[in-house]
Write a protein that binds this ligand. Structure first.
Ligand code: AMP
Ligand code: MG
Length: 324
């Protein structure tokens, strides 16, 4: 090789090498989308950040479609059309989520209950036409609820309702389940640093890119977004908040929010405005945040005792902060 040719090759290599090495360098990417009825924000740092973030988002969208109770193609749709005594087969994945939900119902004294859909549909909170139902309507719909009225057959993944008109809504656990799955996908892709925020349902993977623990702000109820009453430092764990201010409507100066008390079918009034649950399992944190919101401070104490490694932070009606 003459000198000129040699130099040409060197220059070409110098141009190609940095371009190729980009693929092996750590970088931070962000993704935003709308799924599971909420805004999804993902921040991922790592060599495979782009493909890992795409895969995590795709998984969240898959779960969104799976949980959709309106699509006639979804497993939940078929189940929700079933009459009493009919055994409806669902996928192993959905079955497991329903079973987990029922177990959480039992351990929270029924405060978390995925069978509230007939009552929730009356209120229609989160739709364009929410309304305050007549008390008779609520009593009628309550007749068609109760997790204890579901029969779960593990061997063939079938679900059977004991009453006509029963329906399931996994909205109280879906975001947490999706966060678990997305975090698993990121970890399997070798990602050591990521933050998944599914509308306030947060999962912190590893540490921040600067090596510090992730800091998650807890929203002050009814204040501007981003105004926090407390900040928690976490790593490889989930922080989930259920708040009255998240979804509600006003009628005659009264606020009606989306977290229902399974005992009376009305938006829960338990003396707290938000309930935050911190634990490694985001699906559990999601369901428990709803249950704690319904149960109030006394219930929160019992729930904290019933579940291992679960931390609870409440913001009361009086602005007091309680921790269990
Ligand atoms: P979250 O925002 O996680 O607290 O979940 C609230 C959502 O779960 C609501 O929008 C309903 O779809 C559903 N839901 C409301 N009340 C309950 C309850 N007591 N148990 C289970 N799910 C509920
Ligand atoms: Mg929840």
């Amino acid at each position: 090789m003459n000198v000129k040719k040699y130099l040409t090759v060197l220059v070409a290599a110098a141009i190609v090498l940095p371009a190729a090495s980009c693929a092996f360098r750590e970088k931070t990417v962000k993704r935003s989308d709308f799924a599971l009825n909420t805004l999804i924000n993902i921040t991922v740092t790592g060599k495979s950040a782009d493909s890992a973030a795409d895969a995590a988002l795709a998984e969240i969208k898959r779960i969104d479609a799976l949980m959709n109770t309106h699509s006639s193609k979804s497993a939940l749709y078929a189940l929700n059309c079933a009459s009493a005594g009919e055994r409806v087969r669902v996928s192993a994945e959905i079955f497991k989520l329903i079973k987990t939900s029922a177990q959480i119902s039992e351990k929270t004294g029924g405060a978390f209950d995925i069978t509230l859909k007939p009552v929730a549909d009356l209120w229609a909170i989160g739709t364009e036409n929410p309304r305050v139902p007549q008390s008779g309507e609520i009593l009628g719909a309550l007749e068609k609820t109760g997790y204890e009225n579901m029969i779960l057959n593990e061997e063939d993944c079938t679900v059977e309702f004991k009453k006509d008109g029963m329906q399931i809504d996994l909205g109280g656990i879906a975001k947490g389940y999706a966060a678990n799955r997305a975090a698993e996908i990121l970890k399997n892709a070798g990602i050591k640093s990521a933050l998944l925020d599914l509308g306030g349902n947060v999962y912190a993977v590893g540490q921040r890119s600067d090596g510090q623990r992730w800091r998650v702000g807890l929203q002050t109820p009814w204040k501007t977004r981003g105004e926090y009453f407390k900040t928690v430092s976490v790593s490889d764990t989930s922080v989930v908040t259920s708040g009255a201010y998240e979804r509600y409507f006003e009628d005659n100066s009264e606020i009606y929010h989306h977290i229902l008390n399974p005992e009376n079918g009305y938006p829960s009034k338990s003396g707290i405005q938000s309930a935050t649950v911190i634990c490694t399992d985001s699906a559990l944190a999601d369901a428990l945040s709803t249950a704690v919101f319904v149960s109030g401070s006394e219930g929160a104490r019992r729930i904290a005792e019933n579940f291992d490694n679960v931390k609870i932070i409440l913001y009361t009606d009086d602005g007091e902060i309680l921790e269990y």
